[in-house]
Design a protein around this ligand. Structure first.
Ligand SMILES: [Zn+2]
Length: 194
């Protein structure tokens, strides 16, 4: 399976298939900030908007402490209050998602069906914008990238630099770019985009 960490940079928000209703839902990565002083741990354990977690660095075997924020559940990091001295709400705004530090796809999912919960991402298995063609899979991060993908496959000359999601287009399996695949693949993408 392709690990999220291999898609660098993976966007902060992705369109996934809702675990409840299977329609398009929004996944948002959780953010982590390292807790430097052990004395600050109790304040993070008691915090109503943050979660304290202990992590192990797999290469060093060392433990480290982190305060995790699920923006998809609590709204913007700007709402963070009552932080220990030396921490600022903006610390949780920077894209330091948990996939990078500990290889976890921690985050939350929100859907128009009412679902709103924590969720561990299984990417690209859960991509909402994904199509299959002759046993190969093709997917896009979200709607905007799926539109790029659709237009790229449909285009005659396929100039990747014309697209914002150029890096993603580099991974399109050649089977999808064969002339005979074009109509079928575009039709399948259009169905998801309509
Ligand atoms: Zn749903």
């Amino acid at each position: 399976m392709t690990h999220p960490a291999e898609w660098n940079p993976i966007p902060h928000r992705l369109d996934v298939r809702c675990p409840a209703c299977a329609r398009g839902a929004e996944f948002e990565f959780a953010e982590v900030v390292r807790i430097e002083r052990k004395a600050d741990i109790p304040a993070f354990e008691a915090h109503s908007q943050l979660e304290y977690h202990r992590f192990t660095n797999p290469s060093l075997g060392q433990d480290w402490h982190g305060a995790v924020f699920f923006a998809g559940l609590h709204g913007s990091a700007q709402t963070l209050r009552d932080l220990p001295d030396g921490y600022y709400s903006t610390d949780w705004e920077h894209p330091r998602y948990l996939r990078a530090e500990v290889g976890l796809g921690w985050g939350s999912v929100r859907c128009s069906c009412g679902l709103r919960q924590k969720h561990t991402l299984n990417w690209p298995l859960e991509a909402y914008y994904q199509v299959e063609y002759r046993g190969h899979g093709l997917w896009a991060f979200h709607r905007e990238a799926a539109i790029d993908l659709r237009n790229y496959v449909a285009s005659e000359h396929r100039v990747r630099s014309n697209y914002r999601w150029e890096a993603m287009l580099r991974h399109v399996p050649s089977a999808f770019l064969a002339a005979k695949a074009r109509d079928t693949v575009v039709k399948r993408l259009d169905r998801l985009l309509k």
